[in-house]
Design a protein around this ligand. Structure first.
Ligand code: CA
Ligand code: CA
Length: 172
């Protein structure tokens, strides 16, 4: 990967986390994401599933802040994301993805409308409300179902998320 492509991918990852688009990642972005997912599936924040999504979002934010908020001001700037999170993403995307596991698990539970597991269609809805372009969301969601049984497993989602986060730096 050349450095222009690397920059583009990092910028795209940052934009995904900066849900409200104000130029930095903070707790509010995770709260915005949680609310968007719950609204899409008509789940109330007070329900068990809703509370799990908010708790997962908070844990995700704490993990992100622990890795990337170098100056401790409760905001992850683009600079902090590149130096902190991106390094961790590159070195160990699977481990990075683990900080997202409670959130992903809770979101899958919300997207599981019939109690038989979340479908790729439901996953595409999640991705769309999180700001992923509709055509990309559909492709990604279909690819998530690795064994093609029409239901998504937590580990399938987690490893896909790790793959998305795993940005290779250009050779120095
Ligand atoms: Ca933000
Ligand atoms: Ca900071």
């Amino acid at each position: 990967m050349d450095s222009a492509e690397y920059e583009r991918k990092i910028a795209a990852r940052f934009a995904t986390f900066d849900q409200d688009g104000n130029g930095y990642i903070d707790r509010e972005d995770f709260s915005v994401a949680a609310k968007a997912v719950l609204a899409e599936f008509g789940t109330t924040a007070r329900s068990d599933k809703g509370q799990a999504v908010f708790a997962g979002a908070e844990a995700f934010w704490q993990g992100m802040a622990g890795i990337a908020d170098v100056d401790g001001d409760q905001r992850v700037t683009r600079e902090e994301f590149i130096t902190g999170a991106a390094k961790r993403l590159r070195d160990n995307p699977q481990r990075f993805a683990e900080i997202a596991r409670p959130f992903l698990r809770a979101v899958i539970a919300v997207a599981d409308e019939d109690g038989r597991g979340a479908t790729p269609t439901a996953a595409a809805r999640v991705l769309r409300v999180l700001g992923i372009a509709p055509e990309t969301a559909g492709q990604v969601a279909t690819a998530l179902d690795g064994d093609g049984d029409g239901r998504l497993l937590e580990d399938e989602v987690l490893s896909a998320f790790a793959g998305y986060c795993g940005v290779e730096a250009p050779d120095a």
